[in-house]
Design a protein around this ligand. Structure first.
Ligand code: MG
Length: 297
């Protein structure tokens, strides 16, 4: 089943994508639906079948991010190719995560806003795992039972802030730096996420293309690891790290500029496209903030 959130009049509406269009549900928030568990999933599946038969499907003008996660874990180095291209990185012994802020999530067609020039903003295609059932200290063997489905993520970040200033939270969480979508494919249709294949393109040019089978830590390992420390809740999202091909490690580096279009995709889940625009402070250099530093009194 393919679940999405779209703009219905003035507000969001959760729908189920079928061959002929989208079957509306009674939900405006996908996290609420996920939180109601298997019964709600079954109910919207049956209602979508009825809507398809009765011809009451809709054709949304605008698809939104599928959900705003409760917690959004950004995956660090998890592909050998991305490690090899990054001379400053070392191999993490355990799965590596940092916080992406739910406030930076945007959906298909939304704009990635560059706050300042010179931030060296880069793209990263990643598989996003949507948690369906609360998970606390789950075993590897049962971890996938806690997955609602899968979607695609673009882990946008400022390399200048991330690397030079070592401020990964600020560098990765500028507003709009977490495109997510376009739809969630439920886990029953993806029994083995290692079979997925993710790609990114900038202005149509292929930049990243890799099998999720190349992940160093797979989805069950990551759920086992995180849930041993932090309780995962329905609607939380974990992203699985990016493969080789980021702009920053090219020679010369290729960063996102206003006017660019970035597409991240997985072959069976779909494509998520966002254009890049300059924000209101784009003409200024953010390093001016250093002049505000005060000497101790
Ligand atoms: Mg990443």
């Amino acid at each position: 089943m393919r679940v999405l959130t779209y703009l219905d009049g003035d507000g969001p509406r959760v729908g189920v994508r079928t061959d002929g269009g989208v079957a509306p549900t009674s939900y405006s928030d996908l996290r609420a639906l996920i939180g109601e568990g298997d019964a709600a999933r079954q109910r919207i599946r049956e209602k979508a079948d009825v809507a398809a038969r009765q011809g009451t499907l809709v054709q949304p003008d605008r698809v939104l991010a599928p959900l705003r996660p409760g917690k959004l874990f950004g995956g660090g180095i998890n592909f050998a190719g991305h490690l090899d291209e990054n001379p400053g990185a070392k191999l993490p012994e355990e799965p590596f995560f940092f916080s992406k802020l739910p406030s930076s999530v945007i959906g298909p067609g939304d704009e990635i806003v560059l706050p300042y020039s010179g931030m060296d903003v880069d793209y990263e295609v990643e598989l996003a795992v949507v948690i369906g059932r609360a998970a606390k200290a789950v075993s590897y063997d049962r971890a996938l039972e806690h997955v609602y489905g899968y979607t695609v993520h673009n882990d946008v970040g400022s390399r200048r802030i991330q690397f030079k200033e070592a401020q990964i939270t600020l560098g990765k969480n500028s507003d709009t730096f977490a495109p997510l979508g376009p739809e969630i494919v439920t886990a029953d249709e993806i029994p083995d996420p290692r079979a997925l294949h993710i790609e990114s393109r900038v202005n149509g040019e292929l930049r990243q293309s890799e099998s999720c089978g190349a992940m160093r830590f797979d989805v069950p390992t990551v759920i086992e690891w995180i849930s041993s420390i932090i309780t995962l809740e329905p609607g939380d999202v974990i992203t699985m790290g990016t493969p080789a091909g980021c702009g920053t490690f090219r020679d010369p580096p290729l960063y996102l500029e206003p006017g660019d279009t970035v597409t991240v995709s997985e072959r069976s889940i779909g494509a998520l496209t966002n254009s890049v625009v300059a924000g209101p402070s784009y003409g200024t250099d953010f390093s001016e903030i250093r002049t505000r530093a005060r000497r101790p009194a």
